[in-house]
Design a protein around this ligand. Structure first.
Ligand code: MG
Length: 371
């Protein structure tokens, strides 16, 4: 190496160090919790290995177990396999689809960033960093991004001009625990859960003592911005989803992570949207412990699609239930799955967040696309 080349290399290295230091300085103490995951793709993209139509990863639990036609499991039209469309994340969560831009946003929590997957050409890039160790994301009726932040311990909204508005960061004068997932109703009210996963350590947030006595689900009033508790008897409230008519609200309880006798299930409530109240709590579906379900979405017929992960690898993936709680089928994914959302121009592509990767499968239904 000649001297000029050496000096150029050294200057570039120095500039790199400076930039890294500056970047780290802006992030601390908001959760630069790990070295970035290498950008090389450790897992192959495209249809999963060994796929043959019909894909055996799409399992109908109804008889006959046909692939085609109205009696088949509505996961697919028969001629589609589960695909891995992006990979290289440390622990990815909270997907949301933006129809106007045809992209999926999702959180890579330990890497403190929100990623964007462009559906038209598969391009993946960083959308926001630092993300305050964001977790759940959703979209409101005006097309604005709503984000739950672990290290921010708050719920924020990205306005159409790109500025960030804090929607909720305190209740009763005390900090929230670590908002995890949110949904927005037709009246603009924002409903979110507040478990303690984001303050339990330094990997997915910043370790802290909870200030809230309980792990509540809250509603933010669309006019006043007031925050009130809508339910307070969850061990660890998690994913939320309204039925398409918004008469029911489904909420996961992942309390099993705190102890073997705690629930791993989905509860369903009757919703009085005008009053902002829930009633008539019931267990909708139990998960096969030690698996838990973290994320929920409905299709237009009111079927509930939920993630499954953390337990038996044979259960990792997605489950689909009728509105009556009848299990219709499963989608098997080779990684622990935390969350999912419908997307695609026809709202018929299910995006599945599985640990290090983003998976997708076309379905024979359409997502309700209510946040
Ligand atoms: Mg969650």
């Amino acid at each position: 190496m000649n001297r000029r080349a050496f000096l150029a290399t050294t200057a570039a290295a120095a500039a790199g160090v400076t930039m890294t230091a500056a970047s780290a300085a802006t992030v601390t103490p908001f959760g630069q919790t790990g070295a970035p995951t290498p950008s090389t793709a450790p897992l192959p993209l495209g249809p999963l290995p060994g796929s043959r139509y019909p894909d055996s990863r799409l399992e109908s639990l109804k008889k006959p177990q046909v692939s085609f036609g109205p009696s088949g499991f509505p996961a697919f039209a028969g001629t589609m396999a589960v695909e891995r469309v992006a990979t290289g994340f440390r622990w990815a969560e909270g997907p949301v689809y933006f129809p106007a831009g045809r992209y999926v946003l999702f959180s890579d929590i330990p890497n403190n960033r929100i990623m964007r997957f462009l559906e038209d050409d598969g391009h993946v890039s960083v959308f926001r960093q630092p993300s305050m160790n964001s977790n759940g994301n959703t979209i409101d009726r005006e097309g604005r991004l709503i984000t739950c932040e672990h290290s921010g311990r708050r719920v924020t909204r990205a306005e159409l001009d790109g500025s960030i508005t804090i929607i909720a960061d305190r209740y009763n004068g005390k900090k929230l625990n670590s908002p995890n997932d949110a949904v927005v109703a037709a009246d603009g009210s924002i409903w979110f859960c507040d478990p303690v996963y984001g303050i339990g350590g330094f990997y997915e947030g910043i370790k802290a003592e909870p200030e809230q006595e309980k792990h509540n689900v809250y509603r933010v009033d669309p006019k006043s911005g007031d925050i009130k508790i809508v339910v307070d008897d969850f061990v660890e409230p998690n994913g939320l989803c309204f039925s398409p008519d918004e008469k029911k609200l489904y909420i996961c309880d992942t309390g099993f992570t705190d102890g073997p006798d705690n629930p791993s299930h989905i509860r369903v409530f009757d919703v009085d949207l005008g009053a902002g109240k829930l009633s008539n709590s019931k267990v909708f579906a139990d998960m096969p412990k030690p698996s838990i379900t973290d994320g929920l979405r409905c299709d237009t017929a009111g079927r509930l699609w939920c993630s499954v992960g953390w337990g038996d690898p044979n259960e990792d993936g997605v489950r689909c239930y009728t509105p009556d709680g009848d299990l219709l089928g499963k989608i098997h994914i080779p990684e622990t799955v935390a969350n999912l959302c419908f997307g695609g121009q026809q709202r018929n592509r299910l995006y599945i967040r599985g640990s290090s990767s983003l998976y997708a499968v076309y379905t024979s239904v359409q997502g309700a696309m209510k946040p």
